[in-house]
Design a protein around this ligand. Sequence first.
Ligand code: URA
Length: 408
Amino acid sequence: MIVDIINKKRLGLELSYQELDYFFNGYLEGRVESYQMSSLLMAICIQGMTDEEIFALTKIFIDSGDVLDTSFVEGVKVDKHSTGGIGDKTTLIIAPIVASLGVPVVKLSGRGLGYTGGTLDKLESIPGFRVDLSEKEIIKQVRDISVVVSGQTANLVPMDKKVYALRDVTGTVSSIPLIASSIMSKKIASGADKILIDIKYGNGALLQTKEEGRKLGELMKRIGEVYHKEVRIILSDMNTPLGFAIGNSLEVLEAISVLKGEQTDTNLVDLCVDLSSEMVSMAKDISKRDALELVFSSISSGKAYDKFVSLVEYQGGDIDNILVSSKTKTIKAHKSGVIKSIDALALGKLSVYLGAGRCKEDDLIDPSVGILLSKKIGDEVSKGDVLATLYINDRGKASDIDNIFEIS
Ligand code: URA
């Protein structure tokens, strides 16, 4: 039976709900071996899935755990999810912006694995910041200040946790049907009414092209329709890192500078403004243009930054003592010219080598290390100019750094 299901998918035939349920629950419960699941996942990667199969798989994922009761949050609950990128600190910026405009934000975030960082790791670089709030604390905090960013409390979609860990080591992450059911099942189980997905494409993302990103977005919208949830999609370029900072403390400091209105006109600011306006437009049921004005005024009035300060205080953090390593090394331009590209994937790998990320779930990260870019695409540079500063410690090693910046 197990091997029949694998063979059926290998031949490109459609699996029934019962077959998918039998196989995936069998894996969760230990009756299906990981080599058998790997084989099915690879067959799915190669042959794809029909919408009916994807809807079935999403339901099987959701039913594997709890569904959060978010009735304690008043009004429309909008959740945002990013498919993961290098230097992506958008949650730290948009959660306070959106909350400062009266839209409650309960963000249950995760840790980083691979080259992309996790929001919880970033927040933990603020000394004392707690990400293990109880359900009671979450409810009190959202009532008091409208914003919480914490780790997951309930047992949401345990099947995704187990399957994702296997996908990660079997080359089966970049499958559009698998990504769609993994993300949508988690968003639906976490009780969101409306869902905003930031789909990244490019060399530092799971999907390489905008076209693949578009396909994933359309599929997620169709899954949303099944559950009567509005899903909006933003496609964002991940060939270049977001903003200037990569690494936990450095990214928190950069988020603070954006919230203070000190950084303008960068890909990071543009994306944060776009995502925040979309969330506010969905929650308040107003036009994106009206939402955009509210977002700009939240930043310029200081309300967004004040909300971030409240968030940090409430979760026990000390915003004045964020530590960055004092040991540095610079990358300099080897010739004069204009910066044509900045390789996001290479920077992601470098940040992991330096100690800012994890290769395995139990790796320890160093919040004080990372990379701070001094230039962005389109900047003119002279030979010898500093392009980036590496914040290092004794553990990390700088890998191949010569090809990160393309100058012509
Ligand atoms: N993020 C997820 O949560 N799941 C995927 O499959 C890919 C990215």
